[in-house]
Every structure is written in structure tokens, then in C-alpha cells.
Design a protein around this ligand. Structure first.
Ligand code: ADP
Ligand code: ASP
Ligand code: MG
Length: 424
């Protein structure tokens, strides 16, 4: 008997009808002779709605209470799915993350899984039940408080459970037919990638492709869990995320330079102006940021101008921007810079692929595709298998489509299907 973990995202359980459809799929999987553990997200945009509500009563809500609130979303869908499975004549038990044995750090809103003690899950499976676990939550080892693992982290719950339970693979059911060469919501000409390796999937996820939560991919790679990303609205095969695809890297064309194009609208650019051009000043700027536990993405230092000062620009999550700016302001006199400005109307577009390792000319092709349509690049970063640029937020969709076309990724066989969801 095989053990399977199936995760259903918010748009797959947005209403009663969808929950019934998911129940049917789960029961069928069990009837095929599998032990089934289901990880479920909150219904539709429920988490965003709860966030909005919290903001209205307190613009800066205490992390503990926010987690108490947000975990309720997954609890609702878990219980409803258990009822829907019961209505189909099978038995199911739903658990909160805490009941399921998901032990985490105490970092509210961004807790990490430390351990999974799946005793209750295993005994429920042994009794023939379908087990449903509320996604993206756990309980802190130290404080015993309820925690959440970060937005989109039900994917991570699913892969972590698959590893802890020795499941053969983990299925991630969502509102598109798999991982595509770009987000089908903005690039309808995107193609489904049949197989992709962990490394490229990590780059895509790290650079904004929210189809999979970044830590879920890290977990899958570390624990060698094969992940099948597919649609809950169709029976089409999806994308297998695995260590070594048996189709050439990225899975589309033998000579593909680029596996996919990712975009990210969640960052902002901060520029520290008039930084004295002396050893140690840049270090001080980033020491301030590091002390706030804020992650920096790209950095650019402008060439020193005649007045012996320089400007340092960096990108970070827009959510961290107010804290970072406040921290820098407090250190302004000490560091000796003259001003801080920011721009939150930016977006990052990245082309990703292991194929670029051995091919010169990728940068030129990418930049000229943007130049042809008059898009201005304000920052650049590269790694061995990625080139990222920062452009104006409004330019992002056109930039993604232009890069996609320039690297020959456009599908000839019609538009990618987006079955549901609001893209929020
Ligand atoms: P779920 O609620 O099922 O977790 P998400 O909204 O988190 O779903 O992720 C699915 C969405 O990810 C898709 O609807 C799509 O808009 C977006 N997406 C971004 N990049 C990609 C990509 N490369 N391939 C497929 N989908 C992508
Ligand atoms: N419901 C949570 C969120 O919207 C977790 C998830 O769906 O993965 O972020
Ligand atoms: Mg998701």
C-alpha cells in the first residue's frame, strides 16, 4: 500500500462545490489502494481577507494573535473537507498543524519546521482514515503557541509531511496544469514543463514564481521527495520536480538556454544617497540592515562622483522597507550619508536555466529583447544559472513576454489554461 500526500491550494477549495470535487479525488485515490494524507489551504482568498481584517483593527498586529487568526482559515477548510469525505462514505479526520505534530520555531508569521512527530497521523491511517492536515501552521517547541510558516507555506507542510511519513511522492494540486515557462496569468503563451530539477525550481521559486513555496522546494531537494505539481481542475499530467529529469534540463528542448522566466512584484528599491566614499561605510549600511534581520536581494553602488560621495541602491521585500529605512535614519549621522529615497513601483524579471552555464550571449539576448520594446533596466544581478533585472512595475508583463519570446519558449499549441484563482 502506497502512502501519498496531496496538497490542495486555496483556489482548489474556494467554495462548497470545489470542496466536494476535492473530496471525490481524495476518496478515489484511497480506493485505488493508497493511504492518503491531505494538506489543505484556506478557502480562496480567506487568508488575505483575514489579514485585511487584522489591519483594520490594528495596523501592526501582535504576531502571536495574527497567527491565531490566520490558522483559523486552514482549520475551516480542513473540517469542511473531512465532512465532504464523510458524505462520500469514506472516513476522514482533520488535524490542526499542532495536532498533526508539526513542531516549529517561535518566529510568528515565518516559523520554521524543526521536527514532525506524526504519531496521530500514522495511527489514523492505520485505522483506514483519510488524514487531513491544516496547512502552513504548527506549534512552537518553546512557547507552545500556534505559529504560521509564511505565506504560501502549505506547500512546505505537504512536502515536510511527505518526508516524515516516507510517502512515495507529494502531489501539489493548484489552479494551473503545472509549472510553466512563465506565469500563465501574464504569459498565456507559456508552456508546461513536464520535468524540472530541484535546482532550477529553486531559482524560479526564489525569484517570484509562486507556484511553489521556496522552502517546499528546499525541503524536497534535501529529503529527495519527488513533487508532482498539477491541476485539481483537470486530470492532465503536471510537472515533476525531481533530482534528475530524464528529459533534458527544463524538459522542453534539447538546446534550451532558458528553462523559464520568473517575475516578482513584491520588492522595493532603496537608495542611500551621499554615502562618504571611504572604506567601511558600505559595510555600516548593511550592518544596520542585518541587525534588523532584513534580507537584501540586489545591490548596486554607483561610481563615486567628484564630491567623494557615492549612492548605494539595494532591493528588499517591500514589507521590510519601512523598518529598514527607519533603522538607517537612526544611523544617518553616524554613517554620514545625506538622504534615503525609495521606489516601490518596481519589479524583478529573471531568466533562469542551467543551459546558460555553457552559453555566452544570454545576457545580450535578454537585454536586447527589453531594449526593442523600450524597457529601461535599473539594476542587474546574475548567478551561474540566472540573470535578473529590475524594471518599472508596469513594464513587468511586457518584459516577461518579450524574454519568453526571445528565448524561443512560446508555445505553438495554444494558450495555457488558468482554471481559477484571483492571482492575489
Ligand atoms: P495555490 O493557491 O494552489 O497554492 P498559488 O496561487 O500559490 O496557488 O500558485 C499558483 C499560481 O502561481 C498560478 O495561478 C500562477 O498564476 C502562478 N505562477 C507563477 N509563476 C508560475 C509558473 N512559472 N508556472 C505556473 N504558475 C505560476
Ligand atoms: N493560506 C495560506 C496563504 O494564503 C497558506 C497557503 O495557502 O499556502 O498564504
Ligand atoms: Mg501557493
Amino acid at each position: 500500500m502506497a502512502r501519498v500526500v496531496q496538497k490542495f491550494g486555496g483556489s482548489s477549495v474556494a467554495d462548497a462545490e470545489s470542496i466536494a470535487r476535492v473530496a471525490r479525488r481524495v476518496v478515489e485515490t484511497q480506493q485505488e489502494g493508497n493511504e492518503v494524507v491531505v494538506v489543505i489551504s484556506a478557502m480562496g482568498d480567506a487568508t488575505d481577507d483575514l489579514m485585511d481584517l487584522a489591519q483594520r483593527v490594528n495596523p501592526n498586529p501582535p504576531g502571536r494573535e495574527l497567527d491565531m487568526l490566520l490558522t483559523a482559515g486552514e482549520r475551516i477548510s480542513a473540517a469542511l473537507l473531512a465532512m465532504a469525505i464523510d458524505a462520500r462514505g469514506a472516513t476522514a479526520v482533520s488535524y490542526t498543524g499542532s495536532q498533526a505534530g508539526v513542531i516549529t520555531t517561535a518566529a510568528h508569521g515565518n516559523a520554521r519546521i524543526i521536527d514532525i512527530t506524526p504519531g496521530r497521523i500514522v495511527s489514523a491511517l492505520n485505522q483506514g482514515h483519510v488524514v487531513i492536515v491544516a496547512g502552513f501552521q504548527g506549534v512552537a517547541q518553546d512557547t507552545k503557541d500556534v505559529t504560521t510558516l509564511g505565506r504560501g507555506a502549505s506547500d512546505t507542510t505537504a512536502v515536510a509531511l511527505a518526508a516524515a511519513l516516507g510517502a512515495e511522492y507529494c502531489e501539489i494540486y493548484t489552479d494551473v496544469d503545472g509549472v510553466f515557462t512563465a506565469d500563465p496569468r501574464i504569459a498565456p503563451q507559456a508552456r508546461r514543463i513536464p520535468q524540472i530539477n530541484y535546482e532550477e525550481m529553486l531559482e524560479l521559486a526564489a525569484n517570484g514564481a509562486k507556484i511553489l513555496h521556496l522552502r517546499c522546494v528546499e525541503y524536497a531537494r534535501r529529503e529527495q521527495v519527488p513533487v508532482h505539481v498539477r491541476s485539481s481542475f483537470s486530470d492532465q499530467p503536471g510537472t515533476w520536480v525531481v533530482a534528475a529529469p530524464d528529459i533534458p534540463s527544463g524538459g522542453i528542448m534539447e538546446d534550451a538556454l532558458i528553462t523559464g522566466v520568473a517575475h516578482d512584484l513584491s520588492e522595493a528599491k532603496v537608495t542611500v544617497v551621499g554615502v562618504p566614499d571611504r572604506p567601511g561605510r558600505a559595510a555600516r549600511v548593511f550592518e544596520v540592515i542585518a541587525a534588523l534581520d532584513v534580507n537584501i536581494d540586489m545591490i548596486v553602488q554607483n561610481a563615486s562622483v567628484s564630491d567623494d560621495t557615492t549612492a548605494i541602491s539595494f532591493t528588499l521585500a517591500d514589507a521590510d522597507r519601512p523598518r529598514a529605512i527607519e533603522g538607517l535614519r537612526l544611523a544617518q549621522r553616524d554613517i554620514g550619508f545625506t538622504d534615503i529615497i525609495y521606489d516601490d513601483m518596481i519589479g524583478k524579471v529573471s531568466v533562469i536555466g542551467v543551459g546558460m552555464r555553457s552559453h555566452p550571449g544570454v545576457t545580450a539576448r535578454f537585454f536586447s529583447a527589453l531594449a526593442t520594446i523600450g524597457i529601461n533596466i535599473s539594476m542587474i544581478a546574475t548567478s551561474e544559472i540566472r540573470i535578473s533585472v529590475v524594471v518599472g512595475e508596469d513594464d513587468v508583463p511586457a518584459a516577461v513576454r518579450a524574454a519568453h519570446t526571445a528565448f524561443g519558449l512560446d508555445s505553438e499549441s495554444g494558450e495555457a489554461v488558468v482554471y481559477a484563482g484571483t492571482g492575489r
